[in-house]
Design a protein around this ligand. Structure first.
Ligand code: G3P
Ligand code: MG
Length: 351
């Protein structure tokens, strides 16, 4: 299917060179909860018949909201392959590298799923979800009586917890995954970011604010792209900057941040070392090529380009990108229709 492949210059590597693959998830392997682009077949090609791994690969997604161990089980079921938690890199996974900095600080975790459980697993010892935090203050969300839904897993906090939360200054905020209730979260985060969250408290310096990623949009089950954390960030920033003398300070740790690609490389190196009879190449990358297969030019392709060699970017047409040739702003090294086309190309080239 030569016509479906768009190919930019890239030097061929010898067949014996080591390589690894990082897969984006939304818009490449799944849409909503359904596999797309022959993804189960594509992933199965990376295993020996008895089920052991033939090619080091990982998932490098900006999605998340659940612990990597839980996601590994979900992905294993979805694709019919054995995925280990070490192969799952969520947008929020780099927060683990910040745990030592905020280990005993009181921090708030925002987003769908189980954001506080994710942060606890990373080593944060005093973390509360924004759902539980909000329940500790009466009338904090004036629209709450109009909201008919119930919050998953949250129950009326104990008097002790309420007392503790009401007396603590929040030291940092981590947006782990998509905010479920933008109006409440923008309201409550503006309080926290201006005063540390103490009701009626003095306006002081803004606590650090970290986002798992800054994706404006992503491809879900709906035909048109949906807003991601980046859209929530713009909304929060717009309101915050309208009421605060200093502009919002924040950082985002997922793709296209080079840190995310560095972590993927480290993960793939460890897998590779394990696969070649537990040999350790130390910190030196054994890879001639690392393939990033993504659907979002400004996130997956931009990130791979900025990470530099040995990254080689492959753009699929199953998600955010739907063009005939290549993206104008962030052209990939190669464009294919589906993830299965990408894996076929890689295996053909490397074997
Ligand atoms: O919310 C997830 C979305 O922004 C991107 O996920 O797998 O395309 O990086 P993914
Ligand atoms: Mg994607």
């Amino acid at each position: 299917q030569a016509s479906s492949l768009f190919w930019r210059s890239f030097s061929h590597s010898s067949s014996r060179n080591a390589f690894g693959i990082a897969f984006d998830i939304d818009g490449v392997l799944i849409r909503g909860n359904s596999p797309i682009g022959g993804s189960p077949q594509a992933l199965n090609k990376l295993y020996h018949p008895e089920g052991s791994l033939k090619v080091p690969y990982c998932f490098l997604t900006n999605g998340g909201g659940v612990r990597e161990s839980k996601r590994a089980i979900e992905l294993s079921k979805l694709f019919g392959v054995g995925v280990s938690s070490s192969q799952v890199l969520h947008g929020h996974s780099p927060f683990k590298q910040l745990a030592h900095k905020f280990e005993n600080d009181f921090v708030v975790a925002v987003g769908k799923g189980e954001p506080a459980a994710v942060m606890s697993e990373y080593g944060f010892k005093d973390v509360i979800s924004i759902d539980d935090y909000t329940l500790c203050f009466d009338n904090i969300d004036p629209l709450a009586p109009q909201k008919k839904w119930t919050v998953n897993g949250s129950s009326e906090p104990s008097p002790e917890l309420k007392k503790y939360v009401r007396s603590q200054k929040v030291q940092a905020v981590f947006v782990v995954s998509d905010s479920v209730d933008w109006s409440r979260d923008i309201q409550v985060l503006c309080d926290i970011l201006r005063t540390g969250g103490l009701p009626g408290g003095e306006i002081g310096s803004q606590p650090p604010l970290y986002f798992a990623h800054d994706d404006l949009k992503y491809q879900g089950a709906f035909p048109t792209e949906r807003f991601g954390i980046g859209a929530f960030r713009i909304s929060l920033q717009s309101v915050f900057n309208s009421i605060h003398p200093h502009p919002l300070q924040y950082s985002a740790v997922g793709k296209p941040n080079p840190l995310a690609f560095k972590n993927a490389e480290t993960t793939l190196r460890k897998l590779y070392n394990h696969m070649i009879a537990n040999q350790d190449c130390g910190g030196i990358s054994p890879f001639e090529t690392l393939y990033m297969i993504g659907d979002n030019p400004s996130v997956d392709i931009k990130g791979a380009q900025e990470a530099g060699r040995p990254w080689f970017s492959i753009l699929t047409r199953t998600g955010v990108f739907r063009g005939k040739e290549n993206d104008q702003e962030y052209p990939a090294d190669m464009v294919v229709d589906t993830v299965e086309d990408a894996v076929d190309f890689i295996l053909d080239k490397e074997n």
